[in-house]
Design a protein around this ligand. Structure first.
Ligand code: NAD
Ligand code: UGA
Length: 453
């Protein structure tokens, strides 16, 4: 079956970029991305490409090429479902905050709403593709809803999890390590494989059964997050022993069985998915009575929480055990560089801890809006200030904390910043991006994650 019309429900960090690239690479397929959020759709349609709701290097160019040609953003969900042969579900699957599984399980209410809407609207056969990250065996529930509430049309369910990372989404989509398609209908699998086959080499398109595909996504994120927690655990030991975590990471990473990627010690991992997906895995394991499996993976999140809090504690301890009334400049708010996404960013936890110690926190981030920072802090937002100029943020500060590894931080005139600060001038580099020796030569008291001073 040749696909000529696709609908994607959910115009977020995954739906938007993924569909933009499919539309770019398949000019003969009409791709419509729909969302209930009118402001988000308006932003995707904004003629000013700087106002797209998702900031990703290279994304504006892709949208510019395809939008209006075969890529459309709309709030007319029913119409897009009706017209499409293939429907991607790319809605959010946050951690459930109520009832059974509260704080652990994935909240699947948005997924179920989509399934019910597809069933109600569809008047012709559809291939429904799970793009959201879902607990293993969710396809079973979707199939049941579609078959029991539909209009007698035929639905095929595929699992096609997304592995893009924010900040490199376009690059990851253009050149994925692999595309994973789980399903049991060869024709439906083939139809989706042909879409990706326009630009992804055949050998990187992997097909599995639905359950392996669903579980592979959770497993991939769990393994990646585990590497970060593992190196962060070692970073604390380095700080006590005069070992240097960057040197340790390099030494172990040269072992081809370990590999060098994802071994950067940090203030802790953030982002909307790692924690949510591991907690979901823990919940699934518990629900099958596999308590040792659950405990094993939960430790990755426990270690990450510890890393975030100990970063803030170290600031307080180093500043003579009090930061009350002291100005602390936080450079970076996004959970990693090259994104405006702040979900679960370690910066939020660090700011909260410092505010609880009555510090005067001033934040600068090159891409995150003031309103977003205030939103992230909720009722604590009045305790911070947001600056649009990094030099102003650092002026008269007692200490600087680097929370995101934005490249521009390495290009600053650090002598000028030093001259404008109170002395001793402390820097807490939560990303190890600055040159330790240079910073010390200027006169900073420089603290990095995973090495002693
Ligand atoms: P998001 O919150 O940015 O976007 C989801 C969108 O879905 C929102 O705009 C919301 O308004 C919309 N939506 C929810 N219910 C809807 C409905 N019934 N009808 C129409 N629109 C609806 O989320 P995201 O970051 O794009 O993540 C989506 C999924 O992809 C999640 O399961 C996530 O785990 C997974 N994922 C995310 C990433 C990432 O980098 N963010 C990477 C891989 C996988
Ligand atoms: C991650 C995965 O890398 C993607 O494959 C996956 O698709 C996605 O989650 C998802 O399912 O949402 P993302 O969270 O966008 O992507 O970004 P990562 O590059 O994985 O970084 C996650 C966090 O770990 C960031 O806070 C980052 O700063 C931190 N990190 C990463 C480290 O602290 N050290 C490292 O070595 C690597």
């Amino acid at each position: 079956m040749k696909i000529d019309s696709i609908c994607c429900i959910g115009a977020g960090y995954v739906g938007g970029p993924t569909m933009a690239v499919i539309a770019q690479k398949c000019p003969d397929i009409k791709v419509t991305v729909v969302d209930l959020n009118e402001a988000r759709i308006a932003a995707w349609n904004d003629t000013d490409l700087n106002k797209l709701p998702v900031y990703e290097p290279g994304l504006a160019e892709v949208v510019k090429e395809a939008r209006g040609r075969n890529l459309f953003f709309s709030t007319e969900v029913d119409k897009a479902i009706d017209e499409a042969q293939m429907i991607f579900i790319s809605v959010n699957t946050p951690t459930k905050m109520y009832g059974a599984g509260k704080g652990m399980a994935a909240d699947l209410k948005y997924i179920e709403l989509c399934a019910r809407q597809i069933a109600r609207v569809a008047k012709s056969d559809k291939i429904v593709v799970e793009k959201s990250t879902l607990p293993v065996r969710t396809a079973e529930a979707i199939k049941s809803i579609l078959d029991n509430t539909g209009n007698g049309v035929n639905f095929q369910i595929l699992s096609n999890p997304e592995f893009l990372a924010e900040g490199t989404a376009v690059q990851d989509l253009h050149n994925p390590d692999r595309v994973l398609i789980g399903g049991n209908d060869p024709e439906a699998i083939q139809a989706l494989a042909e879409v990706y086959g326009r630009w992804v080499p055949q050998e990187r398109i992997l097909t599995t059964n639905v359950w392996s595909s669903e579980l592979s996504k959770l497993t991939a994120n769990a393994f990646l997050a585990q590497r970060v927690s593992s190196i962060n655990a070692i970073s604390e030991l380095c700080e006590k022993t005069e070992a240097d975590v960057s040197e340790v990471a390099k030494a172990i990473g040269m072992d081809s069985r370990i590999g060098s990627k994802f071994l950067k010690a940090s203030v802790g991992f953030g982002g909307s998915c790692f924690q949510k997906d591991i907690l979901n895995l823990v919940y699934i394991a518990k629900s099958y009575g596999l308590h040792e499996v659950a405990d094993y993976w939960e430790q990755v999140v426990i270690m990450n929480d510890h890393q975030k809090h100990r970063f803030a504690k170290n600031i307080v301890r180093t500043l003579y055990n009090t930061v009350s009334g002291k100005k602390i400049a936080m450079l970076g708010w996004a959970f990693k560089k090259d994104t405006n996404d702040t979900r679960e960013s370690a910066a939020i936890n660090v700011a909260q801890d410092l505010i609880n110690e009555e510090a005067k926190v001033v934040v600068y981030d090159p891409k995150v809006e003031k309103s977003q920072i205030e939103f992230d802090l909720g009722n604590q937002s009045e305790a911070i200030a947001v600056e649009t100029n990094p030099y102003e943020a650092c002026k008269n500060a007692h200490a600087i904390a680097i929370l995101t590894e934005w490249d521009e931080f390495t290009t600053y005139d650090w002598q000028k910043i030093y001259d404008s600060m109170l002395k001793p001038a402390f820097v807490f580099d939560g990303r190890n991006i600055l040159d330790k020796q240079k910073m010390k030569d200027i006169g900073f008291v420089y603290n990095a994650v995973g090495s002693s001073n």
